[in-house]
Ligand binder design. Structure first.
Ligand code: NAD
Ligand code: GLY
Length: 366
């Protein structure tokens, strides 16, 4: 088992990475300081893994909330179901919440933990690759709003993250690929050596080679932990984790939550961000081709949906947490392995990318 520490003073916490971690009862005992425990999961994950968690909690008073499965249920309405259960069962302020699932459950569970009685302890047990390498680490919690993704939320750090690579055995290939989009992101924004390792080892990852996957999870978590430790609430470098996300969130919101997987939308958005970086003169054609080729190799989409034209895109991109005074700000790449902080780009250039990148398959002029 590897242990990576997220350094946040008295709110520091470990990320445990390995196999067979659900058999380590001592991890649960060490991090759960209450008698009352609520587990949040969904209808897909609970039948597979809930019992394995419950086996570690025989001495606790445990409640479960099993939510429907999907990004479209990441709403305040469904978080309320968690509050209903906690209140109906008189859960106290020292209770512990366990989020067992992918990024949707982790974000919703974390948000419920942040809000219930103004904050209870919570553990992240991420079950998708995306959640293990990104969403479970760093304390961003929240839900979607019909007008914008992740627009309602809180920064709230867990007690620990237990990332067991065995969960990935039951994950389908499409979800595995979506997780790889966020893995590639670390290489692009700050770790060129890792990006080059990914180019060489992508087949091993797609074939679920355990050593390669464990290395990719560890390297991603090291990168994320360093960024979060430096900038917990995204006043600076943490924003670089949003590479491709402004375009990607616009796609997710614009075509309807749940159509594209988050990682798929991020893959397309990253290609658009790379195209824009090339137009500014920072990336070469060959850099952009390498990025697009790696996403394609991972079976990820790289072309934006035809359903959104450039003016719709711009409208959607105007609802983004990085924006200041209503102006769109983007994370771009100054070279492979180095990202900008959020910067304002002339609308004209953004429109060029929206109208030209992937032109054959997609966008009509506004
Ligand atoms: P997800 O949570 O929807 O999970 C993907 C699918 O896989 C679901 O159908 C789920 O039920 C299923 N699943 C999960 N684990 C499984 C397993 N082990 N075996 C079989 N099926 C399994 O999606 P995701 O990609 O994990 O997360 C996406 C969400 O994360 C988005 O809402 C995104 O906004 C959020 N996110 C948050 C952060 C953050 O910092 N908080 C970062 C990135 C993404
Ligand atoms: N996934 C973006 C962040 O954690 O900041």
């Amino acid at each position: 088992m590897k242990k990576i520490q997220v350094e946040l003073g008295n709110r520091s916490y470990p990320i445990y990475i390995g196999s067979d971690l659900l058999k380590k009862s001592e991890l649960f005992k060490f991090h759960i300081k209450s008698k009352q425990v609520v587990i949040i999961s969904n209808v897909t994950i609970a039948p597979l893994y809930l019992d394995k968690i419950l086996n570690n909690l025989l001495e606790y008073e445990v409640q479960t909330v099993i939510l429907p499965d999907g990004e479209q249920f990441k709403t305040l309405e469904y978080v309320t179901q968690i509050f209903d259960k906690l209140l109906a069962n008189k859960f106290s302020r020292n209770s512990t919440l366990i989020a067992l699932g992918g990024g949707v459950i982790g974000d919703m569970g974390g948000f419920a933990a942040a809000c219930y009685q103004r904050g209870i302890s919570f553990l992240q047990i991420p079950t998708t690759l995306l959640a293990q390498v990104d969403s479970s680490v760093g304390g961003k919690t929240g839900v979607n709003h019909p007008l914008g993704k992740n627009m309602i939320g809180a920064f709230y750090q867990p007690e620990c993250v237990i990332a067991d690579a065995d969960f990935l055995d039951s994950l389908d290939n499409r979800q595995l690929s979506a997780g790889l989009a966020e893995v590639i992101k670390y290489g692009l924004i700050r770790d060129i050596v890792f990006f080059e390792w990914l180019e060489i080892n992508v087949d091993k990852l797609l074939n679920r080679d355990k050593h390669a996957l464990a290395y990719a999870i560890e390297r991603s978590c090291i990168n994320k932990a360093e960024i979060v430790s430096e900038d917990e609430t995204e006043t600076g470098v943490r924003a670089t984790l949003n590479l491709g996300h402004t375009f990607g969130h616009a796609i997710e919101t614009g075509v309807g939550y749940g159509t594209y997987l988050h990682g798929e939308a991020v893959a397309i958005g990253t290609c658009q961000a790379a195209d824009l970086s090339r137009r500014i003169g920072w990336l070469t054609d060959s850099d952009v081709n390498r990025i697009v080729a790696l996403f394609k190799k991972c079976n990820l989409p790289t072309i934006p949906p035809t359903k959104l034209n450039s003016s719709q895109f711009l409208d959607l991109m105007a609802v983004d947490k990085k924006n200041v005074d209503g102006k769109i700000r983007l994370i771009l790449l100054t070279k492979l392995g180095t990202a900008t902080l959020p910067i304002e780009i002339e609308n004209k250039l953004i429109v060029q990318t929206l109208e030209s990148y992937g032109k054959n398959q997609s966008l009509s002029p506004s």
